[in-house]
Design a protein around this ligand. Structure first.
Ligand SMILES: [Zn+2]
Length: 147
């Protein structure tokens, strides 16, 4: 049992605390940092899980990246990909749907692609979700010809 972030050896208690609240293995220091981020941004814990899933797969994601207007759950700046985790998609009103569409419009205008992922997908199919995002990153990379 080691911290996903700094690879520090975890005590039983640190491991349990972190798994019970965030669902990922983190040391006390990194858990405290994320707890603060979650409080400030209302970050869904599935964003944390996807963040570490992507990091583990060799991607350099950013958590709660400020794009000038709002905080993006996860951003992958190299390919200008924004990932938003939807936690209330079952009760989406037409206002929310319209907001999502307008946000998508703004991000496309700025050269960014935004994808929305339901939190339950990450909770139940994390590795499949990570693989799909890796495929999207690869597709974007080919299109924008990053060297
Ligand atoms: Zn750590």
């Amino acid at each position: 049992m080691t911290c996903l972030d700094c690879k520090k050896e975890l005590s039983y208690l640190d491991h349990k605390n972190s798994m019970d609240t965030l669902g990922v293995e983190l040391c006390h220091q990194h858990k405290t940092r994320l707890d603060k981020l979650i409080r400030l941004n209302n970050t869904p814990i599935e964003a944390i899980q996807l963040y570490y899933g992507l990091k583990n797969a060799g991607v350099s994601p950013m958590l709660e990246w400020w794009d000038g207007n709002k905080s993006i759950d996860i951003a992958i700046s190299r390919v200008k990909l924004n990932i938003e985790i939807d936690t209330d998609y079952q009760m989406m009103t037409h206002e929310q749907a319209m907001n999502n569409l307008e946000e998508a419009m703004h991000s496309f205008r700025n050269g960014f692609t935004t994808i929305r992922i339901p939190h339950t997908l990450i909770r139940h199919y994390l590795s499949e979700t990570v693989n799909s995002v890796l495929g999207i990153i690869e597709g974007l990379r080919l299109n924008i010809k990053v060297v």
